[in-house]
Design a protein around this ligand. Structure first.
Ligand code: C2E
Ligand code: MG
Ligand code: MG
Ligand code: MG
Length: 285
């Protein structure tokens, strides 16, 4: 009896595994086709200075314009693209299309000083990343300072990952900004903060969404102090409400990003957002 139960359970597991493998195979082929069909597009989310309300820059976030499923969010394809060894291609496309948009913004009188792009751990392990990014900015006669690379804390704790650490140093030396994304999501490694010269941290939305609340506020306040002692900028993510905004401004965060300021948008919508932003006065709530 027990034996049979065990066998059917094992059978159910192997069916589930086969299904999982099949799902992945399909996703792999689809991502490949999406790359060939140029279906990855950048969305732009504004980032503004808390004190002046001026535009600090925008984060470039990947979207997959699927022929049947419409706009597919990154949660659906980033991990799969990483496992399939294709994430560096998506990351590079976001750099190229992001920089192209920066030129369009300038032509339209939309003043965006810089863009931030996300770099997955496999992307950071590519020894040619710095060169590829330098080529991308030089081809457009832009200085490296227009590009910020967002890296995840998880990249840094995989400490065998000397390659990624080296790349981060090289990016810095080449004049790109490097910031630690999703700061506070579980890996906060202080030794990495002292070893690496980072330009800033991005407080994860899980730290920001609970404010104003005494304990949440204290944590942000402490991280702001730490960052300013290390000469790093603090960007607060997940700023959704005027109360979030007022609190993180009072606590000393330099820059805010969140649905309360603006959602990730295609570049045309971003230009519209820019042109109406002054009138909206979201920042003063
Ligand atoms: P992330 O880099 O931390 O990007 C911020 C995410 O938070 C975005 O989700 C954004 O839409 C969302 N967000 C922004 N403001 C708010 C807010 O006020 N409230 C809430 N609840 N959420 C907010 P998105 O675009 O779905 O991207 C998810 C993640 O996928 C990104 O997190 C990043 O880790 C990854 N990702 C996106 N694009 C790329 C890419 O081109 N390359 C790589 N390697 N990863 C990417
Ligand atoms: Mg990011
Ligand atoms: Mg983040
Ligand atoms: Mg994130």
């Amino acid at each position: 009896e027990a034996k049979r139960g065990g066998r059917s359970r094992a059978c159910a597991y192997s069916n589930a595994l086969a299904e999982e493998i099949e799902t992945r195979r399909i996703l792999f082929n689809e991502i490949n086709a999406a790359l060939e069909g140029d279906q990855f597009e950048p969305y732009f989310q504004p980032q503004v200075y808390t004190e002046t309300g001026e535009i600090y820059g925008c984060e470039v976030l990947a979207r997959w314009r699927h022929p049947e499923r419409g706009i597919v969010p990154p949660a659906t394809f980033i991990a799969a693209a990483e496992e399939a060894g294709m994430i560096h291609q998506i990351d590079q496309i976001m750099v190229e299309k992001g920089l192209d948009a920066l030129e369009v913004f300038r032509e339209m009188g939309v003043h965006v000083p810089a863009i931030s792009v996300n770099a997955s751990p496999p992307t950071l392990r590519d020894p040619h990343l710095t060169d590829r990014l330098l080529q991308a900015v030089r081809a457009r006669h832009l200085p490296p300072s227009v590009l910020t690379v967002e890296v995840l804390e998880s990249t840094l704790i995989e400490n065998d990952d000397d390659m990624a650490l080296l790349t981060i140093e090289n990016l810095s030396k080449a004049g790109f900004s490097v910031v630690l994304d999703d700061f506070g999501t579980g890996y906060a490694s202080m030794s990495n903060l002292s070893r690496l010269r980072l330009d800033g941290i991005k407080l994860d939305q899980s730290l920001v969404l609970p404010v104003p609340e005494p304990r949440a506020d204290s944590i942000i306040s402490a991280l702001v102090t730490l960052s300013s002692n290390l000469n790093m900028r603090v960007v607060a993510e997940g700023v959704e409400t005027p109360a979030h905004f007022k609190t993180v401004r009072r606590l000393g965060c330099d820059v805010v990003q969140g649905f309360g300021i603006g959602r990730p948008m295609p570049k045309e919508a971003f230009i519209q957002w820019y042109n109406t932003y002054g009138a909206q006065q979201i920042r003063t709530g």
